[in-house]
Design a protein around this ligand. Sequence first.
Ligand code: SF4
Ligand code: SF4
Length: 637
Amino acid sequence: MDRTGYANPGDAELTCKAAGDNVELVKDRLQKMMPECGFGELGTCCVMCYMGPCRIDPFGQGPRTGVCGATPDVIVARNFLRSATGGASSHAGHARELAILLLDIAEGRAPGYKIREEGKLLSLAGKLGVQVDGRPVDAVAADVARKAFEDFGRQDGEPMNWIRARASRIEYEKWEKLGLIVSNPHNEIETAMHRTSMGNDADPLNLWVATLRMGMVDNFAGLMLATDLSDVIFGIPTPKVVTANYSVLKEGEVNIACHGHNPILASKVAEWADRLEGEAKAAGAGRVNVVGICCIGNELVMRYGIPYAGHEAQTELFLVTGAIDAMVVDIQCIMPSLPAIAKCYKTRFITTVPFVRHPEAIHVDFRPEVADEKAQEIVRHAIAAYKERKAAGIRPRIPDVSSKLLTGISVESLVSVLSAVDAKDPLKPVIDAIASGDILGAVGMVGCPNPKLRDGAMSEKMAEGLLRNNVLVVTTGCVNHILAQGGFLTSEATEKYAGPRLKKVLTAIGHAAGLGAPLPPVLHMGSCVDNSRIYDLLAALAGKLGVEISQLPVAGSAPEFITEKAISIGSFFLAAGILVHLAPAPRVFGSPFAVSLLTEKLPGLNGGKVLVAATPEGAVSGILAHIREKRQALGLP
Ligand code: SF4
Ligand code: SF4
């Protein structure tokens, strides 16, 4: 293990405990899997039909095509499109649940929820062409939800409402020229699965265009729809300082870890945790303590300041503390290993979604119409487990590690912070700083914690390298847990890591905004679906400068990605013309066509480009070179 200064001592302590408790962890299983399959890594393994599986070694003497004649270029493109489709399906499913909830609220079927942000609802309605004046809020909300359903059901080939309403004009026209405006997300998903099945699309370029279109589905039917509706229902995030890391678990309290993605469930569990405090006390506990893991941690911390536990690769270790009474999950990133580990510590592992189940889990059929009843049931499971676990003599071991972070940076809250510097034109100080070079550029670091790269502290070292070069970092997803635990989301981090010019800007903004200290150099913009906030911010900056997003000195990076969702998010940012850094290497290197398209041809077409670098140094230098190139093209120093 590369023992860097960033290693979380809590991880090491719990890894030792797990070994003593005979608990196998993700890293142990990864070790057993090595070496991983080279055909899979290159993307040249095909299982689309039963004449195969076929695998092609692009560098060797074996077969040059699959049994059906598919070339490595076709196989790689089909596999990649299917990954992007998996990711976009996850995000679109997440968003569609929120649209259903919005209609249920409007029509009185979800009494446990309400519309918290009327202003955002009305503004969204205006953009979608929904009549607002003189109408009750519920009627407007119902029509906004129906606009979403119209997108999921339309067969007329017209552009999605959400693209028409939310894409900036300049980007919309670019996408229209490139044939990337999509109509119905479900149709795109169906067509992608159809065209990649045996004996259909065998044109690699056509398949890659479909991947960029899937990126559009991901952003507009997934990320953006989800963020918009979550803000309307659960509130727009506002800045707040909160605590992160293992110490958010509390001995003597009923600990509930929420894990997953959609705030529909976790917001209710958090509410009932407070309301059932009396029952917790009667069971001998201080209170019910809810903490957030993975992206639901981002959703809960951004809006409600709920303690920010840890990232996806730490979920097993959180159970190993023996301090969690119930782990309640909804969708995505839930390792199937968890229920068995939970059992070792008599933790109740609770699934809540009909298509995300596990034979060893307790299943609570959580639905918005019975949300209050089901959330109480979940919290009572945790209280009962607390008593049982205490009686069984299970002794928690909570590593004494804690971090602070500033969270809650939505575009709205950022604009309000910047208004303290320039009330009339809040984005002007940022534009001026970019123009002068005080902010050399910005990078969105997003996505997951990959155990293959975690021990090398890939994300922390990259962030440090970028900040030292005056590049501002914004984050979403589990990367933010990593950087929060590393202390990057504090004013002190500006002093410690930011280059002198970036430090000057952040200090001025922080003091003007009344923080009494610099703004942190890493800004937390939310969960994975909140990559839409990054798009909104980029579109606003580009709009003010009168340029395309692809011309900005910015980049995206998924420095330790795991999931197909990262592939679909990356595909959108490629469609938007942005440099996308990926590590580990995406499974495209078996296709000369894909490598040339993603690194040479696409940049000439719309500015999008893939950078593959598995070391922090390589990633930082590639990104800096790109940012400098973009600055030069804009005539900036
Ligand atoms: S679709 Fe072609 S390449 Fe894929 S498994 Fe079948 S025969 Fe092999
Ligand atoms: S960042 Fe990755 S691992 Fe974390 S919740 Fe999102 S998709 Fe899952």
